[in-house]
Design a binder for this molecule. Structure first.
Ligand code: NAP
Ligand code: G4F
Length: 339
């Protein structure tokens, strides 16, 4: 039975990856931070049999301990402050967790294996945010980096550390340069989920409008379930390498709004969207679109969910959640109104 250790198991990708590895017969270990993490029941229900180990990417001894207990064949480093917007307001913390956290995880493997780093295969969750002010369209593995946010800078540090451990210690360390990927499990701070949740609430009469920032920026949005499959494939190769994972299609926030509102029968969304300066960024990544040719050719990977299907899947999920909340509130009100 292969053994995998996942940092960031409580996040969107961690849950999909944990689920997928369990289905493949892996023994899955997840790093869990905090004293009483409220996401434990979700992780345990989606990743049955998961073994949760206390640890934090800011704390090297806890990472060494986790590697010693899990004795993993594969480590997936998904833990990070992953919200670009917050990275300007908490730049130092972002550097510590998203950047230095990668170095600590690599060091933990080196120390726990007694310098035999090739015993453990390592995946680093790098990001298309490293391309930032893009030097070419579409972006591929050879495109130079020009990160535009403290998050992007921290990810670029983690990326080069991963390459460095491969070159310095012969580690099987790979970096997946993943473009945006979304799902019904996406955090509500990210624009896709903010829109699908907001549209569901507008359709059900719970709220009037959604406040957004830049509607012109464009992203290459895929489905998270497809992207964790690419991560796993990278660690099954004969030699470690870096790969861009993307759909090759780009859409604007306006197009996202078109598809989301159409799903609930609203054609003109202008009165439901308010632009708010608070959601604009100090420096923007205007157009991200990836060229996944290498991942397709070498990993045999391809995306299975298109943009419209993805947005509709998220809307349908948010409609179900919001309806459930309305029903629960109505049941509670009925109970209270009884004499
Ligand atoms: P996410 O939902 O925000 O999950 C982030 C995870 O990191 C959570 O499990 C969180 O734990 C954990 N974490 C935060 N601080 C930590 C710390 N100090 N020590 C240990 N763990 C910590 O992110 P995601 O969308 O799943 O993304 C997974 C990874 O891929 C991230 O590294 C992200 O930067 C990268 N990435 C994501 C995308 C994308 O479009 N989703 C694209 C490219 C790269 P808590 O639950 O305890 O907060
Ligand atoms: O959904 P976002 O916050 O995602 P962003 O910044 O692209 O980052 C995500 O993808 C990266 C991969 O490229 C990951 F590395 C990272 O961890 C994260 O998962 O914003 C997308 C776009 C931006 O251009 C932003 O300015 O949407 C624009 N936007 C417009 N209004 C908004 C809003 N974004 C958010 N979050 N909230 C708004 O109100």
């Amino acid at each position: 039975m292969p053994r995998a250790l996942i940092t960031g198991i409580t996040g969107q990708d961690g849950l999909y990856l944990g689920e997928m590895l369990t289905a493949k017969g892996y023994e899955v270990f997840g790093l869990l931070r905090g004293q009483s993490n409220p996401k434990v029941p979700t992780v345990e229900s989606l990743v049955p049999g998961v073994q949760l180990l206390e640890g934090d990417l800011t704390d090297l001894p806890s990472l060494i301990g986790a590697v010693e207990i899990a004795q993993p064949d594969e480590v997936y480093n998904l833990g990070a402050i992953s919200f670009v917007g917050v990275s300007w307001r908490q730049a130092e913390l972002t550097g510590e967790i998203t950047g230095m956290g990668v170095l600590r995880m690599l060091e933990a493997i080196r120390i726990a294996t007694g310098n035999e780093m090739d015993k453990v295969r390592f995946y680093q969750a790098s990001s298309s945010e490293m391309f930032g002010k893009v030097r070419e369209v579409p972006q591929r593995e050879s495109t130079p980096f020009h990160p535009r946010s403290p998050y992007g800078v921290a990810k670029t540090f983690g990326h080069y550390m991963t390459v460095n451990y491969r070159e310095s210690y012969g580690a099987f360390a790979v970096s997946g340069i993943l473009f945006n990927h979304e799902s019904p499990r996406r955090g509500i701070e990210f624009v896709t989920r903010k829109v699908t949740r907001g549209v569901a609430r507008i359709a059900l009469g719970v709220q009037e409008s959604i406040s957004l920032g830049n509607l012109e920026s464009r992203r290459d949005w895929g489905f998270a379930g497809d992207y964790v499959d690419a991560m796993w494939r990278m660690l099954q190769q004969d030699t470690p390498d870096d790969y861009v994972v993307a759909t090759g299609e780009t859409h604007s926030i306006r197009e996202l709004l078109d598809v989301a509102f159409a799903r609930v029968g609203i054609d003109d969304w202008s009165r439901h969207v308010v632009q708010d300066p608070r959601f604009f960024r100090p420096a923007e990544v205007d157009i991200l679109v990836g060229d996944p040719t290498k991942a397709m050719d070498k990993l045999g990977w391809k995306p299975t969910v298109g943009f419209q299907e993805l947005v509709e899947m998220m809307i349908d999920n948010d409609l179900a959640i919001e309806r459930e909340q309305i029903d629960r509130a109505e049941r509670a009100a009925t109970r209270l109104s009884r004499p």
